[in-house]
Each structure stands twice: as C-alpha cells, then as structure tokens.
Design a protein around this ligand. Structure first.
Ligand SMILES: Nc1ncnc2c1ncn2[C@@H]1O[C@H](COP(=O)(O)OP(=O)(O)OP(=O)(O)O)[C@@H](O)[C@H]1O
Length: 263
C-alpha cells in the first residue's frame, strides 16, 4: 500500500437501517493555537445487530468518537443519531435519560459492586431505576454469557473474564438499543479476552444486540463483523469479517502512512 494507503473495504456495509449514525462530526478541544482537532468531520453508520470494532493509533480519536456517539461528550459540530433520535442537540437531562434507558456501557474496569452477587450486580441499574427485571430477558442474557453457575458469586470469587461477562450482562439486561464497550478486554489475558469477545459476539448473533467496541487488540477486533480504522480524527478505512492477520496488516499500513507523514 502506498502513501496514505488505507485498508480497503471489499463489501461496504449498506447504510440502510443503522442503529447509530454520525454526520460531519467534529470535536475540538480547547481553542486557538492549542486547539486539538480530535474529530475532523466523521461520517459513519453503525450497523444494527452487528459487532463493530473501532481501532487506530493512540490519540486518533477513538474514545472521542465513541463518547460523542454514546451521549457522554458533546460534539463541536455535526449530528449524532441513535436509534432514530437525534442526540447531538439533546439537553444534559435528556442525554442522562437516554444513557440510562437506551444505551449499555462496558468499560475496561468492570466496575462491579464487591458486596453484591453477580446476579445483584447485573440487575443493579434496573433496581436503582425501579424498573422491573424482565426474567425471561435475564435468563436469556445469563445463558448467552455462560453465567448460569456463577450468579451467587461475588466479584472477588470470579475470574477477570467472568467479572467482565457480568459487566456485559449488566449492560445487556435492559435491552439497550446499543452497547458501547471501551477496551472491554484491556485488563484480560488473551484466553479470557477471547471468551468475553466470543460471548459478546453471541449476544449480537443470538440476541440481535448492536455492539460497538474500541480496542487496541487485533485478536479482539477479529471477533467483529466490521472494523473501522481511525487516524488523526478521520475514518481511513474498514474491514469486514477480518481475520487477525488482516487487521495486523491494516494497522501496519496505517503506521507506515503516519511515519511517511512525519518525515
Ligand atoms: N478532554 C480533553 N481535552 C483536551 N484534549 C483532549 C481531551 N480528550 C481527548 N483529547 C485529545 O483528543 C485527541 C483524541 O483523543 P482520544 O482519547 O479520542 O484518542 P484515542 O484514539 O481514544 O486514544 P487512546 O488509544 O490513547 O485512548 C488526542 O489528541 C487527545 O489528547
């Protein structure tokens, strides 16, 4: 691949019926000479019922894109739509409500409450919101994530991978429109990472869930239907159903393009 070469999509994902979209999305931190252009006009449609991975070098804007699309950060300009609602113009109060009811989050740190069992951790957000737990959904999520024999265990009695699966179940149980996962395997060894990603992919394939994750790990990204590559605040390519080797090659090409730019 030559200068500015980017991984090329062989079968572009149709833009119809996306679960979330961004149009002309920009995010500038600070102002004047010290302004940082974290996103430079991003257009993207995230597929419904798909696992999408976002990759790119450190500082390329992955977290900023995810935070803007999840209503955790406000874009400087452009629009974000999630499940038919334009969220980029919502008030903080509307965003809080949207995040609580329509969006699931999984973070690198599992953020489980140590004194509660796995089952209590999974239903905690619903319990706080005084929303009744849909038992059928709970059972489906538990079996999809392979947690049936761990429900009475407290976090300290679970492995890192099991704790992250509990965190995934907590994000999924309320049937969110979309789950955003920020480095979900960042704290896990490769075996546990593979298990968590395998279960997350099952939640997409079996339950029709839509999941977007930021990851640095090519092996984790290979579980995705689609991998989007960011560089310097812009989308520079994508791969569909990639093998780990394809992702490594694409990342290497991105690194080479950056080195050529810097020289
Ligand atoms: N709150 C902030 N204030 C100022 N600059 C910020 C802020 N958040 C992010 N940035 C800058 O915006 C750019 C994109 O950051 P972002 O965290 O989105 O990148 P990333 O691809 O997620 O990086 P990493 O892989 O290291 O987490 C970086 O140059 C970063 O320093």
């Amino acid at each position: 691949m030559g200068r500015h070469a980017a991984p090329v999509s062989t079968s572009p994902e149709p833009a119809d019926d996306p679960i979330a979209s961004a149009r002309a999305l920009t995010k500038v931190y600070g102002a004047g000479a010290t302004a940082v252009h974290a996103l430079r006009g991003v257009d993207v449609d995230l597929g419904r019922g798909r696992l999408t991975a976002i990759m790119g070098p450190s500082g390329s804007g992955k977290s900023t894109l995810m935070h803007c699309m999840a209503g955790l950060d406000t874009p400087t300009s452009g629009t974000v739509e999630v499940d038919g609602q334009v969220i980029s113009s919502m008030s903080q109060r509307q965003l809080t409500n949207l995040r609580r009811t329509r969006i699931g989050f999984v973070f690198q740190a599992y953020n489980l409450v140590p004194t509660l069992t796995a089952a209590e951790n999974i239903t905690l957000p619903l319990d706080i919101a005084r929303t009744p737990v849909d038992r059928e959904r709970f059972d489906t999520v538990i079996s999809t994530l392979g947690l049936g024999d761990r429900l009475t265990h407290r976090p300290a009695e679970l492995s890192g991978g099991q704790q992250q699966r509990v965190a995934c179940a907590r994000a999924l149980v309320a049937k969110p429109s979309i789950v955003f996962a920020d480095e979900p395997t960042g704290n896990l060894d490769s075996k546990a990472a593979g298990e968590v990603l395998g279960f997350l992919r099952r939640s997409v394939d079996d339950l029709g869930q839509s999941v977007v994750m930021v990851t640095h790990d090519p092996r984790s990204a290979s579980y995705a239907h689609r991998v989007i590559f960011l560089a310097d605040g812009a989308i520079v390519g994508e791969l569909h159903d990639p093998a780990e080797a394809d992702i490594l090659e694409a990342l290497a090409a991105l690194g080479e393009a950056r080195e050529q730019d810097a020289s």
